[in-house]
Write a protein that binds this ligand. Structure first.
Ligand SMILES: Nc1ncnc2c1ncn2[C@@H]1O[C@H](COP(=O)(O)OP(=O)(O)O)[C@@H](O)[C@H]1O
Ligand SMILES: [Mg+2]
Length: 535
């Protein structure tokens, strides 16, 4: 060691003075991009998204058809007042402060049930962003429908990640049910492809049972409800063993009320019978009667290994709430007025123990002018990070030319490709929930669904092409009938109209035969792909 380095060396005790715990709010204060607040344009979108996702989750869980009102108003340069109001169940007083004033607080993280939110970080993240950028508190009005409205003004104490209540009032006598939040933030309002308006349009498509009214800085936009029933209610499920890793297993073993490992495995997880639990313990070399609290780290590692070797039933899929083909097509039709729409709802399947289901819709023509892909997870549009998303990879993996559509990666045609993944746990690539991680099983399912819809679209398109070709042939026959009549008239002096009529009569009589020949010829040329399932 040189003399110089000895002089500069610092002791561990000295360095320890700089160590301190930071709260989750402090962490996101520094890393707000992780929550979707990378820039002022995206910030407005993120706030609307968090508010509207919560409104849709709350109404859906309470089985209420959603009526959502949104307002974005510029109150100063690059400063906006945002209002989001829903007709949901409202929030009880005891919960308000924590929901809006504490990051990582929510009802959904601990519960395996399909919903838009899953981390309890969304709306409190927005409150934090507001106070960081404008210093303003967030205002909440909420009522559970008993004539009493809570009016709260609050911020987050970043050091402790606890709510800081500035105003707490009760207003009597107003009959309504729902929640309204008002947030003042720094931002920039734009109307491009990754904007609030695009998010709302895609939300209206994937939630065709919702009424959404948006007062934008440029005027009112309304997205009207097209169906008056909600998708089926998802059931809550227990985790599946195939998805459990050592860390989670360790925590669950500590928290369980089960008295033996056998009891723990059969009650805390979905679809584990006594026989499978015994098998796992045997393979891991564990006595199945010992207390879960007594199990050692090395035994947990063995247990997780053993799980992979035991055949378990798949988890139940009633925890999923797919849109169904009816809603996919209703949504695409009402917002895009396409000339043709088709869809498929694949059967549910599993990645890492989590059930999921893929639905795809393809809309063609009408008001659609160019190709685009709509990516959705639990009915929420994903607008950023498309390059990292399993959906984009699956779309690029389809050989569109096989289906009569030119273009590489994405068809070169006026199509909207809608891909929806429902799951109790969507594997997002980051907290801001913008892209779906590329699990092979997920990509494969999406591809199969895309191929199915592409096939149906290609049949439709070849039908159109066929009809166009035949009509064109008929026009040619008719033109020749006229020209032949003119020529014969010059030769024979017979009346032109009479000759033309006679020729047309022959064409009419023979048309069935000619048409059949044309159809066969056309089918030979454009031979539509039959089955792709095994590719
Ligand atoms: N508009 C609302 N109406 C009723 N409950 C709400 C509303 N907004 C949020 N909540 C409740 O607050 C919780 C936290 O919301 P949030 O921070 O967005 O996290 P997440 O949606 O991921 O759970 C939700 O789980 C929900 O229980
Ligand atoms: Mg949320």
């Amino acid at each position: 060691m040189t003399e110089e380095s000895v002089v500069n060396e610092k002791s561990a005790e000295h360095m320890a003075k700089d160590h301190r715990e930071i709260s989750i709010s402090q962490f996101f204060e520094k890393n707000r991009h992780l929550l979707g607040y990378d820039n002022k344009i995206k910030a407005l979108l993120t706030i609307i998204k968090e508010g509207v996702d919560n409104a849709l989750d709350a109404t859906e869980e309470a089985r209420i058809l959603p009526d959502i009102y949104i307002k974005i108003e510029e109150i100063d340069k690059e400063t906006y007042r945002i209002v989001i109001r829903d007709n949901g169940p409202g929030i009880i007083r005891a919960q308000i402060s924590k929901i809006f004033g504490k990051l990582l607080y929510g009802s959904k993280f601990h519960r395996l049930r399909q919903s838009r939110g899953q981390q309890g970080i969304g709306i409190s993240g927005a409150v934090l962003y507001a106070q960081l950028t404008t210093g303003e508190s967030t205002k909440i009005l909420t009522s559970t429908g008993k004539g009493k409205t809570h009016k709260i003004e609050m911020k987050i104490d970043v050091k402790t990640n606890e709510p800081k209540i500035l105003k707490d009032e009760v207003i009597d006598g107003k009959e309504w049910k729902g929640t309204q939040i008002t947030i003042v933030v720094e931002g920039i309002y734009r109307e491009h492809k990754q904007s609030v308006i695009e998010y709302l349009k895609q939300t209206a498509i994937s939630n065709p049972f919702a009424n959404i009214t948006f007062d934008s800085p440029n005027g009112r936009v309304e997205f009207k409800r097209a169906v008056d029933h909600l998708p089926k209610e998802p059931k809550e499920i227990k985790p599946h063993l195939y998805g459990i890793e050592v860390g989670i297993m360790t925590r669950m073993l500590q928290e369980t009320k089960g008295r033996s490992i056998l009891g723990f495995l059969t009650t805390e997880f979905s679809r584990v019978g006594k026989k499978s639990a015994e098998d796992i313990c045997k393979k891991a070399g564990i006595d199945d009667k010992i207390s879960p609290k007594k199990i050692e780290h090395s035994q947990i590692v063995e247990m997780v290994k053993a799980i992979k070797e035991v055949k378990l039933s798949r988890p139940p899929t009633d925890c999923l709430s797919p849109l169904t083909q009816e809603l996919v097509e209703a949504g695409l039709s009402k917002e895009l007025n396409p000339e043709f729409v088709t869809s498929i709802s694949r059967p549910p399947t599993v990645y890492r123990g989590w059930p999921f289901q893929i639905e795809v819709g393809i809309a063609y023509g009408g008001s659609i002018k160019e190709a685009s892909v709509m990516r959705l997870a639990n009915r929420v549009p994903l607008l950023y990070q498309s390059g990292d998303c399993a959906i984009s990879k699956a779309v690029a993996g389809v050989d569109w030319k096989r289906y009569g559509l030119s273009g590489d990666k994405i068809p070169d045609a006026p199509v909207t490709i809608f891909v929806h993944m429902s799951s109790v746990w969507v594997p997002f690539t980051s907290e801001s929930k913008e892209a779906i991680a590329s699990y092979t099983t997920i990509i494969k399912e999406i591809k199969l669904a895309l191929q199915d819809c592409a096939r149906k679209l290609s049949i439709y398109l070849s039908g159109i092409r066929k009809a166009e070709r035949i009509a064109e042939k008929r026009r040619i026959y008719e033109k020749y009938a006229h020209e032949t009549a003119v020529a014969l008239n010059e030769l024979t002096g017979d009346e032109k109209e009479k000759i033309e009529k006679a020729i047309l009569k022959i064409v009419e009589e023979k048309w069935g035969e000619i048409e059949q020949e044309l159809i066969e010829e056309n089918d030979k040329e454009t031979g539509v792909e039959k089955e792709d399932e095994n590719k």
